[in-house]
Ligand binder design. Structure first.
Ligand SMILES: Nc1ncnc2c1ncn2[C@@H]1O[C@H](COP(=O)(O)OP(=O)(O)OP(=O)(O)O)[C@@H](O)[C@H]1O
Ligand SMILES: [Mg+2]
Length: 348
């Protein structure tokens, strides 16, 4: 078998960028400063724009890298499969080797050819990519995107960690306005809709999709979002997603691993305060270790912000959606399960 891996054109497999990109100047600068060698973890809540940020950097700095390879990496199998695909891209004959051996060929090639960019998108656990980070740390650039905010990322010496949250308010307004700078009441409505949704780009795109198909002005969207949000949140865009259902799989995972976390979550959803003193969680009938475990779990899924030792805050987007969902009828399954768990915990 011909094992030489010199291919004439190393364009790689970067996905194209999709539509307008606003803001993130600081994060792009941080990424730029640490290229072209080293590892970066971009973590943040669902839809914060982690993948879009990595993609923007990759396209903007494509010429800094000899090869740019993008792979989904939410499981260990996907990591291996993505590397095997890279091996096959470099030399189609490696597809005869089987996934593991092909992945090793890709790894050896990356080590022997410094200067590549590898994006590991949607990583769920540090351990799925830890070996790769250790092996490539000094010979290429790795960018990891993940919803998980866990200590594991910070254990890797020399790894840059970027937390991504909502857009800057003016960037969110620009996104909602198709790149324009609106004035007057249109601007005010855009700013307030964006704030209700925590300035999260994915949620703002859901609003844009709704507007594109219904023509509802932003001021009316805002009124409805505040007075009777359920139909807006349940609105499904062409890709089948809706604001109301976006947390379903996350909630299901949390219910499975930590019923305490759901008790804490529902208490925070019901609490009228945006900033909640930790002491409020002492009244849930849970032991201190269970409260701490619940907070840790919610935080690790980026649903919760721990502001100080005394104060915590539900992510604004999570708060808006789960509060509205709490009044849904018929109730959705995972919310129902979450509430049932919370009620049975309450009565123990
Ligand atoms: N800075 C931005 N400007 C304009 N649109 C953006 C920006 N960031 C993200 N988007 C858009 O918002 C949507 C969600 O972004 P993206 O998929 O990058 O989020 P994510 O944080 O990777 O989400 P997930 O947690 O599901 O992986 C996409 O349609 C993306 O194009
Ligand atoms: Mg992503």
């Amino acid at each position: 078998m011909n094992m030489s891996l010199d291919v004439p054109d190393l364009t790689g497999n970067l996905p194209p960028e999709n539509g307008i990109f606003v803001g993130r100047a600081v994060e792009l600068m941080l990424l730029e400063q640490s290229s072209p060698i080293g590892s970066t973890v971009i973590h943040g809540v669902l839809g914060a724009g982690k993948s879009a940020l990595a993609l923007r950097h990759a396209h903007e700095h494509r010429s800094d890298y000899t090869l740019a390879w993008w792979m989904r990496a939410s499981t260990a199998e996907q990591v291996e499969g993505g590397l095997a695909e890279l091996a096959a891209y470099l030399n189609p004959w490696t597809s005869e080797l089987g996934s593991r051996r092909a992945a090793n060929v890709a790894l050896a090639w990356l080590q022997a050819n410094p200067g590549c960019l590898l994006v590991l998108d949607a990583v769920d656990r540090p351990q799925h990519v830890a070996a790769l980070v250790a092996q490539l740390h000094d010979c290429g650039r790795l960018i990891i995107t993940t919803r998980r905010d866990v200590y594991g990322w910070r254990k890797w010496a020399g790894t840059q960690v970027i937390k991504l949250d909502g857009l800057e308010p003016e960037d969110a307004v620009a996104l909602l306005s198709g790149g324009e700078s609106p004035t007057g009441s249109v601007r005010t409505a855009a700013a307030e809709v964006a704030a209700e949704l925590g300035h999260i780009p994915w949620a703002l795109h859901q609003v844009l999709a709704h507007r594109a198909s219904t023509g509802l002005p932003l001021s009316d969207y805002l009124t409805q979002l505040r007075s009777s949000p359920v139909p807006l949140l349940q609105y499904r865009t062409a890709d089948g997603t809706s604001l109301a259902h976006v947390w379903d799989s996350t909630l299901a995972t949390i219910v499975e691993h930590s019923p305490e976390a759901i008790t804490v979550l529902m208490a925070l959803v019901r609490d009228p305060r945006a900033l909640v003193p930790r002491s409020a969680l002492n009244e849930l009938g849970l032991s201190l270790p269970d409260v701490l475990d619940g907070v840790r779990m919610l935080r690790s899924h980026s649903l919760l912000l721990v502001l100080t030792e005394q104060v915590i805050q539900l992510h604004p987007l999570v708060r808006t959606i789960l509060r509205a969902r709490h009044s849904l009828s018929p109730r959705t399954e995972s919310c129902e399960r979450a509430d049932t768990t919370a009620r049975s915990e309450d009565t123990q």
